[in-house]
Design a protein around this ligand. Structure first.
Ligand code: 173
Length: 317
């Protein structure tokens, strides 16, 4: 026993005293574009906890917080420029920097497959060029978007409705005739309360986090696309890490990405919760979903005529 402890002590002393071995603990700054402790931030928070536990003496993440610290639509630029080192964010929030990022919502293959078949590699190149970043982990997938309303509709015609959107829903809702207004999630409650909008786009999970269920009367089914929320790291911050520090981050990233499959369970829980809250379901046909994909891909290809068609080929089944 004593001999082994002696070895461990000797090893840690050697590391601490070897110049250039990167033994100094590095602290990275991490931000989330969703409210702290809400559904879409939770995976990032678990990732941070794991890095901070496994990375003692090597690498730590200082959690700056959410939209109170930085508006969600500014997170992409902050990551690119290195104002923050790590970001928990969805592609729709940084289309100003990388329009192609919004295409993640249209993937019909799991990340494990995209990491093998070239889909991830194609995007990784764009992240390097346009975002100065690496996408470490997509921890939200298998999580459809829906249209939520304060008044009923009788079919897929959204003419006369004013809907809260992000780039995720813009092309689809407009194609169905809606008037759209973009807001950050933090403004949805007030927009509903004041009657500024008749509804909003949001995934199946999370409407209880910010109290929107109080103002929501209907959910339109079927859902469409698959919500993406990922953890990104600035390239320069990554390049400065030594191999052991990178390993801690990469292991935590693989661990959290593998949990994206569990999101499906959370979907079921929120569907039941919505029902219990009295939110009625308006069921439209499957062509509602087909139209979503059609409008979504048309939008991505219009935003990025160079990469859009290639992404469509790589991401579709
Ligand atoms: O509606 C949104 O704010 C949005 O685009 C989004 C994307 C992924 C997860 C949750 C919300």
């Amino acid at each position: 026993m004593q001999g082994r402890m002696g070895m461990a002590l000797a090893a840690s002393l050697w590391l601490a005293s070897t110049p250039g071995a990167g033994a100094e603990e590095v602290t990275l700054k991490g931000i989330t574009s969703f409210a702290e402790k809400t559904f879409y931030s939770r995976g990032f928070e678990r990732f941070i906890d794991k890095v901070n536990a496994d990375g003692k003496g090597l690498v730590q993440i200082s959690y700056i917080g959410g939209p109170k610290a930085m508006p969600p639509f500014e997170v992409g630029n902050a990551l690119k420029s290195g104002v923050v080192d790590l970001a928990n964010v969805t592609g729709a929030f940084y289309t100003n920097v990388m329009p192609e990022a919004d295409a993640w919502k249209l993937t019909q293959k799991p990340m494990a497959e995209l990491r093998k078949d070239g889909g991830y590699a194609y995007m990784a190149n764009l992240y390097e060029q346009k975002m100065n970043a690496i996408l470490l982990a997509r921890h939200i997938d298998n999580n459809p978007f829906h249209l939520y309303l304060t008044k009923p509709i009788s079919g897929p015609d959204l003419t006369g409705l004013k809907l809260r959107i992000t780039p995720v829903y813009r092309d689809f809702f407009q194609a169905l005739g809606a008037t759209v207004v973009q807001t950050a999630p933090g403004e949805v409650y007030t927009a509903l309360e004041r009657g500024v909008v008749d509804g909003y786009g949001w995934p199946i999970t999370g409407i209880f986090d910010l109290g929107w269920h109080e103002k929501t009367k209907f959910r339109v089914d079927p859902g469409f696309y698959s919500a993406e929320v990922s953890i990104l790291i600035n390239k320069n911050a990554w390049a400065k890490l030594n191999d052991r520090q990178k390993q801690v981050i990469a292991d935590a990233a693989a661990w959290i990405e593998a949990q994206a499959a569990d999101v499906a369970k959370e979907n079921e829980a929120d569907i039941a919760k919505q029902k219990a809250a009295g939110i009625e379901v308006i069921r439209l046909g499957d062509d509602f979903r087909s139209k979503a994909y059609e409008a979504g891909w048309a939008g991505v290809i219009r935003q990025s005529p160079e990469h859009g068609p290639k992404l469509k080929a790589l991401f579709s089944k």
